[in-house]
Design a protein around this ligand. Sequence first.
Ligand code: SAM
Length: 286
Amino acid sequence: MSEEKEFITEWANPNLGLTARITKLLHEEQSPFQHIQVAEGIQYGRMLILDGVFQTSVKDEFIYHEMIAHVPLMMHPCPKRVLIIGGGDGGCAREVCRHGCVRQVDLCEIDEKVMEISKTYFPALSSALRNPPEKLHIHVGDGIGYVKTVEDFYDVILVDCSDPVGPGEGLFTREFYKNASKALRAGGILVQQSESPILHQRLLHDIFQAMGESFPIVRTYIANIPIYPTGMHSFTMASKQYDPLTVSCSRPVPQPMKYYNSQIQKSAFVLPEFVKDCLYRGIYSF
Ligand code: SAM
């Protein structure tokens, strides 16, 4: 990433970047796992950047965190135990903890520095980390290894990870999905952020196919996330029993929401033809 005096750029590849004008680089450090920056952006407010990749911003974080958490949690009849892998900024945990039926939330984040920095610079995002409800248990460690230590235990696993490079790489593998399936109880649901259906077509196809080797039902859903490359972002769900296209959601939606609603629960899974080509046929348009 290049950063001049008042701009910060995330290069999605050598030919395409997103540049944000900033008023100040508030924090910068190299943790044992990644380069961490906090910048005061003008368009989307304060931003967390890991290894040069825009992770989340104050103004748009609600979209990603509502969509990664509530879509699976609302379709499961009674999710009691949830595992979040990654999610060190706290946004996903904040949303998961809003569900009264959830009794236990385990968050496994490899980089303690990300949690510390989020608690310092992103108070609203990290509210659940700063004042953890009793049901939230925070573990510092590698989610790849953690998921191997449990069997038949979780109802929902959310992989709120960074890109498939560095510590996140092993979270996008057949072995991980197999272990995640074992860690889930009957009726269990896995959701992973699966990058851009435009810029990362081959990766998305491979995730979809790899999950299909360990789960009977795999569905991708999409949302518009302004700070991610192209703005179109995907989540891929692997389910042992419940099909998001047919299941009906009985519990009331926690309120208030800013993006998620009961119509989006289904419409998010309605995919453009080029995305279906990518997922089902390995035909790439970009
Ligand atoms: N939630 C944000 C968003 O809106 O997309 C960004 C995701 S969160 C910051 C990504 C986290 O995944 C990082 O804090 C990173 O340290 C963590 N992570 C990456 N690989 C991991 C692994 N193998 N186990 C646990 N955490 C991991």
